[in-house]
Every structure is written in C-alpha cells, then in structure tokens.
Design a protein around this ligand. Structure first.
Ligand code: KG4
Ligand code: ZN
Length: 343
C-alpha cells in the first residue's frame, strides 16, 4: 500500500529494560516492522536484569535494530513523520540509550521527537490488533515492573484505579521461579511447568488491601511460597515444582481477575483490556475471557509479542500523542520514575 498524504508514519524506539526494540508504525495501528533484540540470554547468566549490562548491550544493538526496522518497513528516515522513544519509567541507563539515539536521529533528520510513557505503550498495544477498540475502556497492566488497574478515559488520558503496594505481578513470577529453581525470566517458565501441576494442590493466600479494594499486594503470596518451600525442606517432604508453580499462578491470576471484574462492574465499562508481559499468560487470558463473557464485557488482549516489551506499542501510543500535537524538545531526558499521565 502506498502512503497517502494523510498517513502518519512513526519510527519508535524502546530500551527501558532488557529489550532493544525499534518499529515503524503507520497511522497508529498498522505495524510495518517490529524488531526486538532480546538480552534474555545475557541476563539469564545472572538470574535477573543487570542494569549496567543492559545499557551496554542497548548501545551495541540500537543502531542495527533501528536500521533493520526501516529496512523491513521498506522505508527510510525521510519517510518518517516523527521519531518516538520511551523516556520512562524504566532503568535510567537503559532509557538514556534510546532517548539519546532518538534525539540524535530526529535532530539529524529534522523530524519531530515524541517521548512516550512505557505503560501508555503497553496499554496502546491493544489498539494494534483490535482496530475497533477505542476509549473509554479499562486496562490492567501487568508487567515485570508494574501492576496497574487503569481507566483509559481517552487517548492519552488515564485514571489509575489501583496499583500494587509492593511487588509487581511479573516480579512475583520471577522471584517465585528463582525460588523453585526455574531461573529467569520466571513468567514463561512458571506457565510452562504449571501445565503439569495441580493448581489446587497448595492453598496460597489471595491478598486484599484494606484501604483500596483495587490495589494489589503480591509480596504475601511470594513469602508464602518461600515458607512452603522451607517447610518442605525441614520436614524432608519432596518439592513438587509443577504443583507449587500451578498453585502460585492460580493465586496470582485469581486476584487479578477478581479485581478486574470488580472494576468493570463498579465503573460500568463493558470493554476490558490487559497489557504487559504477564498478559501473555494463558491462564490469565483464559480466566479473563471466561469472567468477561459471564459479565457481558468484551475482552481485549494483544498477541504475546505485543505484550512483552516492544517498540510497536510505543509507535502506537506516539501516534495519538502526535495527533494531539505533542512534541518534545532536544532537552527530553530519561525519567526512571515517570508516572502515568504525567509529562
Ligand atoms: O512487559 P514486560 O516485557 O517488561 C516490563 O515492562 O516489565 O514484562 C516482563 C515480565 C517479567 O516479569 C516476566 O516474567 C513476565 O512479564 N512474563 C510472564 C509471562 N511472560 C512474561 N508472566 C507470566 N506468564 C507469562 N507467560
Ligand atoms: Zn514493559
């Protein structure tokens, strides 16, 4: 398809954690290329993301990843209407690589620069394959760094209804995986081994936060798993990894689904989306699908490749920022603790 005059094509960059990614996105919802260079192998050696190594690897890869995104899209920099980049939240050194690169490229090619909030990117991933999805809707963002229940009022306008008080959902998966000897990254490994386990084998707690029923707490379930493991070791009871994994996964997904449906009911919104790395979990997706069907709510989720970190979602979020007239200056900086909705 030839670009018509009104098309908006954005080159997006993402480097907030351990994926170096670039994508070309047309009119917000059409992904022309989506290149992801994962550092998982590197960090697996250390059992988790090592920030300094992540930054160095981003520097090594970013030029190549951006060039590949353009080539795969069959375009060059001159065809771009803007350059977008994740500027927070995330690891500061990792974010800085993407921000510096995007600024340099935008300056050299005389293109507008748009800084994007990483979580806004995750939420926007839902627009890519659900072309009919428009705000308002509810979205649960469940990633390695964040667990947010968000009301998407309009493009770029968010109200946070609930958030985690301690560990993020993905972080809990990663920590429990490490404790039962599955290694990093924990989410996909727990999901895989859970298929052979009994989700009702061990009754792990489903934490409630008294002050706000929409807030989450996952440190309790994580501690309960650690206590269970210690108890088994002391009593010389064999540890059944699959049962622990399946029971833990059920405890976490039960809480997520319960909060989601409670919010859909209270806010009377019949569209619910999920986003972030944990949103690729099949138990969560299936549970959400069933719960939504029962309540007459339409359920949206991105394909797994758009759940975990990628730049296509940043290009999608940037498109709506672009339409709203938002541009950043050459002083754009990485903001490791950037809050959703803040500029
Ligand atoms: O969104 P993401 O790629 O990065 C952040 O922004 O944090 O999410 C990564 C997180 C990790 O904690 C990983 O263990 C988790 O998402 N994750 C999963 C699955 N795939 C990734 N958790 C549960 N089940 C999965 N299939
Ligand atoms: Zn992420």
């Amino acid at each position: 398809m030839e670009s018509s005059q009104k098309d908006v094509v954005i080159l997006a960059v993402e480097s907030s954690c351990d994926e170096t990614a670039a994508a070309v996105v047309r009119n917000g919802r059409e992904v022309l290329s989506n290149i992801i260079s994962s550092q998982i192998e590197l960090h697996t050696l250390y059992g988790g993301v090592v920030p300094e190594l992540a930054s160095r690897k981003h520097i090594e890869k970013i030029n190549q990843v951006m060039a590949e995104a353009l080539t795969k899209a069959g375009m060059n920099l001159a065809d771009m209407d803007a350059i977008a980049v994740t500027y927070g939240p995330g690891l500061v050194g990792a974010l800085l690589v993407g921000v510096a690169e995007a600024k340099a490229v935008a300056y050299a090619a005389r293109k507008p620069l748009i800084g994007v909030h990483h979580i806004e990117g995750h939420i926007s991933a839902n627009y890519i394959e659900n072309t009919e999805l428009e705000p308002p809707f509810l979205c649960m963002v469940v990633s390695g760094g964040h667990t947010h229940l968000v009301k998407v009022e309009d493009y770029g306008i968010y109200t946070i209804i609930g958030r985690t008080r301690d560990d993020a959902a993905g972080e809990a998966f990663d920590k429990v995986a490490r404790a039962i000897g599955l290694g990093y990254p924990g989410g996909p490994k727990i999901e895989k081994i859970s298929k052979e386990g009994n989700p009702d084998a061990i009754a792990f707690p489903r934490a409630k936060v008294a002050e706000n029923p929409y807030d989450f707490s996952f440190s309790g379930v994580k501690s309960a798993v650690l206590n269970y493991i210690n108890g088994c070791r002391m009593k010389n009871i064999p540890l059944i990894q699959a049962d622990i994994a399946a029971s833990f996964q059920k405890a976490v997904t039960d809480v997520l689904i319960e909060h989601a449906m409670m919010a859909a009911k209270e806010f009377q919104i019949d569209k619910f989306a999920i986003a972030g790395g944990v949103a690729s979990n099949q138990t969560l997706r299936k549970g959400m699908q069933e719960a939504c069907e029962k309540s007459g709510v339409k359920f949206y989720h991105p394909s797994p490749i758009f759940c975990t970190d990628n730049a296509a979602m940043i290009g999608t979020a940037a498109y709506y920022e672009f339409l709203a007239g938002r541009r950043d200056g050459w002083d754009l900086n990485a903001v490791p603790n950037l809050r959703l909705g803040e500029r």
